[in-house]
Ligand binder design. Structure first.
Ligand SMILES: C[S@@+](CC[C@H](N)C(=O)[O-])C[C@H]1O[C@@H](n2cnc3c(N)ncnc32)[C@H](O)[C@@H]1O
Length: 124
């Protein structure tokens, strides 16, 4: 059976290119709130970050078909000794826009993973 693929370079807060109830599965790794190295200072505040997640959650709810699944690859973030509860807040936001919570899967990266990726970044 032939398949059709379309790449959209867009904004997850306004997925106007996608009609309601069209998507079968949503999997994403959203930016970690102001993560050191990758996203330092990207968001003005944690509230702004949560606002982005809320708009994205609403849009995801709109485009997903009933009964379909949204998967978030996220973790809490430690910045200057303060831990931000991204996992709990994102779960709550998705519940508030209408989703049901199904499960949490813990991804344990290999020991030394961060050190290795930092080394690769340094070499490049
Ligand atoms: C943690 S990275 C995930 C990278 C992805 N897994 C990959 O392999 O390329 C988060 C990604 O979200 C993108 N992003 C940030 N804000 C976005 C937005 N409003 N709409 C869509 N993508 C966004 C960033 O550019 C970044 O590529």
């Amino acid at each position: 059976m032939a398949t059709y693929h379309k790449l959209i370079i867009g904004n997850c807060m306004s997925m106007k290119e996608i009609p309601d109830n069209k998507v079968h599965l949503m999997v994403t790794s959203p930016p970690y709130f102001n993560a050191p190295f990758d996203y330092k200072g990207l968001f003005k505040s944690y509230e702004q970050y949560l606002g982005v997640l809320r708009k994205f959650a609403q849009e995801t709810y709109r485009v997903l078909q009933e009964g379909r699944i949204a998967v978030l690859n996220i973790d809490d973030m430690l910045i200057n000794g303060e831990k931000f509860p991204i996992t709990a807040d994102a779960t709550k936001i998705f519940l508030e826009v209408g989703f049901r919570y199904r499960d949490r899967i813990i991804w344990k990266k290999p020991d030394g993973y961060l050190r290795i990726s930092k080394l690769i970044i340094t070499k490049l």
